[in-house]
Design a protein around this ligand. Structure first.
Ligand code: EPS
Length: 405
């Protein structure tokens, strides 16, 4: 069973993550993790922090000579900014007077955080609720995606919209129509998106979005957007319908929704299907080149909580970042009086980064369900189990239904 736990404050010494439950003997390097950490740092519209940090993974345990040991993998990512925060964030004694934050930002965890944890300084709440923590999730997700690659499973994503700027031709439509090539690899999609400053697939859309970001930056405002996250090569049979908590879609929705600022998650044609006829909503089952498949993929690769073998397609919505340079109304908790929200260094747009984090969370969920089904303490054992299942799939159906007799 895959488990992972992150630790670390945004301006503390470091972020740490322990990932556990992966088999031994598959290749895992710091360079591989760093590649994904760097992807998370990109995107036009990020704030000053990303200029300070060069997120770099240090593997502390669980790997020997570039191969996993089957033991907990622990990874550390140092915060470069720590040197500027040592006095303000020390675990030791307070030295001198440290200014307290008393004005909560609407939409952030500031007010609920101090209320729940009984703090007299909003800083205590900001530090862990910051999206900085997602760097540790991407490190954990890199272990999962490296593992999945061993089985030809790839994850990728693209930004569908920022603000209200959508593409002329939405690749999501193509994904849901199942008209994409059988060999389509979600990582290629990610690589294509990575070439864009805002991780979109259309040049014209990219230009419009950059214009829009320039405009809102001047006003001190922020923007959200929508993201499409895809996994390809997922075999039929991950997840289950037998209990609510064994459904693959349950775990995917929770994992994507857990990402800071994500407010909606949709699988396949999701909300659109609610306003369509049944005859237009489902994927007709057909035989192509001797194999069972679906005409379309409106289900987004999941039926009855179980993967169908078609690409897993997840769409999510990220709200605009809650830290605004042109602040909105709030109160000062030390005066119980109306004030305008505090300004704080932040991103104007973080949708491209959110897409990379979504890939990581999807990879972790898929790896969990993959290992629940196929098990194995070493990658060799997992491969044996996987291959025996895959090889016999069609044969089993034909035998059970006495096809051709
Ligand atoms: C982030 C680090 C943070 C923010 C951002 C994401 O660093 P700092 O607070 O020092 O600027 O840039 O976090 C938020 C938008 C937020 O609201 O917490 C990161 O590493 O991704």
């Amino acid at each position: 069973m895959i488990r992972f736990l992150t630790a670390g404050e945004s301006h503390g010494k470091a972020l740490t993550v322990i990932v556990e439950g992966f088999p031994s003997n598959f290749v895992l390097t710091e360079q591989y993790i760093n590649q994904h950490l760097q992807r998370r740092q990109l995107g036009y519209g990020r704030g000053g922090r990303m200029k300070i940090e060069t997120d770099t993974a240090e593997i502390l345990s669980g790997v020997r000579f570039e191969k996993t040991l089957g033991t907990p993998v622990s990874i550390q990512i140092k915060n470069n900014d720590w040197v500027n925060w040592t006095d303000k964030m020390t675990a030791g004694k307070k030295k001198g007077k440290i200014e307290k934050i008393t004005v909560p930002r609407p939409g952030h965890a500031d007010l609920v955080g101090v209320t729940k944890y009984n703090f007299d300084d909003i800083r205590n709440s900001i530090e862990r609720s910051s999206a900085r923590e997602t760097a540790a999730r991407v490190a954990a997700g890199s272990v999962a995606r490296r593992f999945l690659e061993e089985f030809g499973i790839f994850v990728g994503s693209f930004v569908e919209s920022i603000g209200n700027v959508y593409p002329d031709e939405n690749f999501l439509t193509e994904l849901l129509s199942n008209k994409i090539a059988a060999k389509f690899n979600a990582w290629r999609l990610a690589e294509k998106a990575d070439k864009s400053a805002v991780r979109v697939l259309e040049k014209r859309q990219e230009e419009k979005i950059i214009e829009l970001i320039k405009k809102i930056k001047k006003k001190g405002d922020t923007l959200g957007g929508t993201i499409v996250t895809v996994a390809t090569g997922v075999p039929v049979g991950l997840g289950s319908f037998v209990h609510y908590d064994r459904r693959l879609d349950t775990d995917i929705a929770a994992a994507i929704m857990s990402i800071n600022a994500v407010k909606a998650v949709e699988i396949g044609s999701g909300f659109t299907s609610a306003e369509s006829f049944g005859s237009e909503s489902h994927d007709e089952i057909v035989i192509r080149r001797g194999a069972i498949t679906r005409k379309s993929n409106r289900a987004g690769g999941i039926e009855g909580g179980i993967s169908t073998g078609l690409p897993i397609v997840v769409r999510s919505a990220m709200k605009p970042i809650a830290t605004l340079m042109s602040p909105i109304e709030t109160i000062d908790l030390s005066k119980y009086k109306k004030v305008m929200a505090r300004r704080e260094r932040s991103d104007f747009v973080a949708v491209p980064a959110c897409a990379v984090i979504s890939e990581s969370m999807l990879a972790l969920v898929l790896a969990k369900h993959f290992l629940l089904k196929f098990g194995g303490d070493s990658i060799e054992e997992t491969k044996d189990n996987f291959n025996s299942y895959i090889r016999k799939l069609d044969k089993r159906i034909k035998k059970n239904f006495k096809t051709g007799k």
